[in-house]
Design a protein around this ligand. Structure first.
Ligand code: HAM
Length: 444
């Protein structure tokens, strides 16, 4: 049984344990992962790590370094994500820790990255990428989880619209690298703050005139967050706002020029896009460029496999100096669902060079597998003194190229029988001391 004694460093702060009455009471049923979460097991997990490696490669080629921020933050860090958004007002996992600090599991990555930027004052442009879990108390369904995982990137300190283009092109190219096709990139500009305040007046007047046709949930947003109404997926609302005024109609010259440069940049990179004047995104910190990439292979409510945009006021909102920023994030679960639907980026089984079958007490399997692994070969073995037949079955099932059979005779002669598992007959004796080289020769 594992020891439950506290380690020396934490013993001082841990109260004396209560006397143990019984070791444990067995649960009547095996536990399951919480609703809306998932275990990611082999072989799917192998595809997951390959996806991360591909993404890291794409981002490193463009000068982005890896960042990891804590999974929880002071809840106030997430306020600029939007008090009026579902993500902040309804879906946040918040709690008080033992020091009465009000914390929240991060619902998204951008606010934490900007908080880290303000805290550490790195040189700009600051280009970072990340991968990790996010938590939103949503209604779970296919492609929508309470713990989902994102790949993302942010660039802080650059106002140039070319960086918006760089990020969109990187995300688009990453999706192409893994084999996704038929994707749709929608872009929009929601202008600067000044433009938006003027626009709110128009939009409120328009929505007020149609108040009764809107879904009651959306009606409540008219005063505080009229643009959120445009983001509604509810059919009544969608019909009522079909010809709502768009921000593009009232945009300032600066915003207009920014958006034009973005469109030209995407065209120059050969990335197809559509302008979607109603795209406002579900988070409040955006300014100027916003975008989303949809996979038509997924159900429409969960078809966004990635999205992002510019957030020029966020650093200040989080107590730092003014610094423009832009970025994106993409949901790993949804990317892999889209890959399944398109039949690309398939799972690959675990690759093994050899599997040791020990007909003795297991010591030879222990020593040979350790030695071969140190020599850089991938090797597995059976445990618990399984029968020779069971070990051969395990060797075949493991996907290994060779079985390394060590019986009494081989042990005495310092040899190993090397059996090619892709052929029924081929097997030969090789000296144990040259085993790594002999295997390498045959594998190459
Ligand atoms: P977001 O659109 O909220 O943006 O999330 C990014 C992506 O995460 C979505 O496109 C989707 O693929 C995935 N996703 C979101 N929620 C879920 C969920 N409940 N289950 C499964 N997948 C989900 C952001 O989070 C921004 N921080 C993106 C950004 C970065 N903007 C600027 N920089």
């Amino acid at each position: 049984m594992p020891s439950t004694t506290p380690t020396a460093s934490c013993r001082a702060r841990v109260p004396e344990p209560a006397p143990v009455v019984s070791a444990f009471v067995a649960s009547p049923e095996p536990f399951k992962a919480p609703i809306g979460t998932r275990d990611i097991l082999p072989p799917e997990s192998g595809r997951w790590t390959r996806l991360l490696a591909e993404f890291a490669q794409v981002m490193h080629l463009a000068g982005y370094g890896f960042i990891q921020t804590p999974m929880f933050e002071d809840i106030a860090v997430f306020r600029p994500v939007g008090e009026g958004t579902d993500v902040v007002s309804k879906e946040m996992y918040d709690f008080f820790d033992k020091g009465e600090r009000h914390l929240a599991l991060r619902p998204e990555g951008t606010a934490s990255v900007v908080r880290a930027f303000n805290q550490h004052h790195p040189n700009v442009p600051w280009k970072v990428w990340y991968a990790g879990p996010n938590f939103r108390y949503e209604k779970p369904q296919a492609g929508r989880f309470r713990q989902h995982h994102q790949l993302g990137a942010e660039c802080i300190g650059v106002s140039d619209p070319d960086i918006d283009v760089e990020l969109m092109v990187l995300l688009w190219d990453f999706f192409c690298t893994i084999g996704l096709s038929g994707l749709r990139l929608s872009i929009n500009s929601i202008g600067d703050l000044e433009t938006r305040h003027g626009y709110y007046e128009h939009l409120r007047a328009y929505l007020d005139a149609r108040r009764d046709s809107l879904d009651p949930e959306d009606r409540r947003k008219i005063d505080q967050h009229p643009m959120r109404v445009l983001d509604s997926k509810r059919p009544d609302t969608r019909e009522a706002i079909a010809d709502a005024p768009t921000l593009l109609d009232v945009m300032s010259g600066v915003s207009r020029a920014h958006f034009e440069r973005v469109r030209n940049g995407l065209a120059a990179a050969g990335v197809p896009f559509e302008i979607e004047p109603r795209l406002v995104r579900g988070l409040d910190y955006y300014t100027h460029t916003v975008f989303e990439i949809q996979s038509p292979a997924l159900e429409s409510a969960q078809s966004a496999i990635g999205g992002g945009g510019r957030y020029d006021g966020l650093a200040e909102a989080l107590g730092g100096k003014a610094a423009p920023g832009t970025g994106f994030a993409a949901g790993i679960e949804r990317i892999l669902l889209a890959c399944d639907a398109e039949g690309v980026f398939a799972e690959k089984g675990v690759h093994l060079d050899a599997f040791v079958v020990d007909l003795g007490d297991g010591s030879a399997a222990r020593d040979v597998s350790a030695g071969l692994r140190r020599a850089g070969l991938s090797v597995d073995r059976a445990f618990d003194a399984r029968s020779p037949k069971a070990q051969m079955k395990a060797a075949n099932r493991s996907g290994a190229r060779f079985a390394l059979i060590i019986g009494e005779d081989e042990l005495a002669a310092g040899m190993v029988t090397l059996k090619d598992l892709r052929s029924d007959v081929q097997q030969e004796l090789v000296p144990r001391e040259n085993l790594a080289d002999e295997l390498r020769k045959r594998l190459s």
